[in-house]
Design a protein around this ligand. Structure first.
Ligand SMILES: CC(C)(COP(=O)(O)OP(=O)(O)OC[C@H]1O[C@@H](n2cnc3c(N)ncnc32)[C@H](O)[C@@H]1OP(=O)(O)O)[C@@H](O)C(=O)NCCC(=O)NCCS
Length: 322
């Protein structure tokens, strides 16, 4: 196939990009039917691509076959410093007929991003698109983060012998605050190396004080011999800033937090807590349940798929210059 002609993205490209994105989503839903059918419609994807294009600092490219747009790539920076001097390609930020063309699109778009000093690049790719993921891998990207979805389970949650799982209450605030710090402590270790800013125990306790009685959060603790060893929190996905746009299923809840103290891991508490959140979501009438994890987190990346979560999007990343 002849190399595509690449030029900068312009506002006039939005309808063609929306068409390609709707086609991508239709293919994606064949393997991930729990994703929202709304984005199979070009009018809906037009709003999503327009949003990506209108984000401050956005830029990107289109690939042309003759006059026809056959691929596009759009990225924009996030202001949070945790991502470095970054460019993000969000769920509506790319679609292409030929996966190989994505390498040409990135080659041109990244020239500008690099010139602007944006050297930490992130891109969200449909997990089922093996050829597209391979194209990104051959651009020097590696897998960083997985988004996943499942149908909330309707069967009673199984709790292994010796453990009990119950709703969390005020008497658990100290343990909950400690567990809040156990998550970033683990994410800071090898091979995740991804802690982000870690708050203090007092700050964590204060946050739990504010949230424990909230109607939005369903918090559970696991106990062994009367001691709290782990916790998990579910909430409506609309309360979360994650899983935006095409990665957001309809009527969804999220398993938004889970941690088990290090010496109690591997005994079934994490899965029991995850199942309790799942059952809560089913009882509340949510049709889908999402979660996400660092693919380098050896614990969560092995635990959540066992509960039935199936990947929808894979975030890849690359730090330029080394
Ligand atoms: C993730 C976490 C909550 C899971 O809780 P847990 O109590 O350790 O998990 P469980 O014991 O219920 O299940 C762990 C599963 O992973 C499996 N597992 C563990 N190590 C494994 C390995 N090396 N290879 C394959 N599977 C492995 C276990 O076998 C178990 O599955 P099984 O019961 O079918 O055998 C807990 O490990 C934790 O707190 N991790 C640190 C914080 C964190 O990562 N939070 C989640 C962020 S998304």
């Amino acid at each position: 196939m002849a190399p595509a002609f690449i030029r900068p993205f312009a506002a006039a490209d939005l309808p063609a990009a929306a068409r390609l994105l709707a086609q991508r989503h239709r293919r994606h839903r064949r393997t991930s039917p729990l994703l929202s059918p709304r984005y199979e419609d070009e009018a809906t994807t037009l709003a999503e691509v327009s949003n990506a294009w209108e984000t401050e600092g956005a830029s990107g490219c289109v690939a042309l076959d003759g006059d026809e747009v056959v691929g596009y790539l759009l990225g924009a920076p996030k202001t949070s410093t945790v991502w470095g001097p970054n460019i993000w390609v969000e769920a509506a930020g790319m679609a292409t007929r030929d996966p190989e063309t994505m390498r040409d699109l990135y080659g041109t778009a990244a020239t500008r991003w690099y010139d602007e000093g944006k050297t930490a690049h992130y891109a969200l790719i449909p997990s089922d698109d093996v050829a597209l993921i391979d194209a990104w891998f051959r651009l020097g990207f590696g897998a960083q983060h997985a988004h996943a979805v499942m149908t909330p389970p309707t069967e009673p949650p199984v709790v292994p012998g010796g453990l009990a799982v119950r709703r969390a209450g005020r008497r658990d605030l100290d343990a909950l605050a400690e567990l809040d710090l156990a998550l970033p402590a683990h994410q800071g270790l090898s091979p995740v190396f991804s802690a982000g800013p870690v708050g203090t125990l007092e700050e964590a306790r204060q946050e739990w004080e504010e949230d424990i009685d909230s109607d939005y959060y369903a918090s559970f603790v696991a106990e062994r011999n009367g001691q709290v060893i782990g916790a998990a929190v579910g909430c409506p996905l609309e309360k979360s800033s994650t899983h935006q746009g095409l990665s957001r299923p309809e009527h969804s809840a999220i398993l938004g937090f889970a941690a088990v103290f290090p010496d109690a891991r591997g005994s079934g508490a994490g899965q029991a807590l995850g199942r309790a959140v799942g059952r809560w979501a089913a009882d509340e009438g949510f049709e889908t349940l999402v979660t996400d994890w660092r693919v380098t987190n050896l614990l969560s990346s092995r635990t959540w798929p066992k509960l039935g979560y199936r990947q929808t999007f894979l975030r890849v990343h690359r730090h330029l210059g080394y």
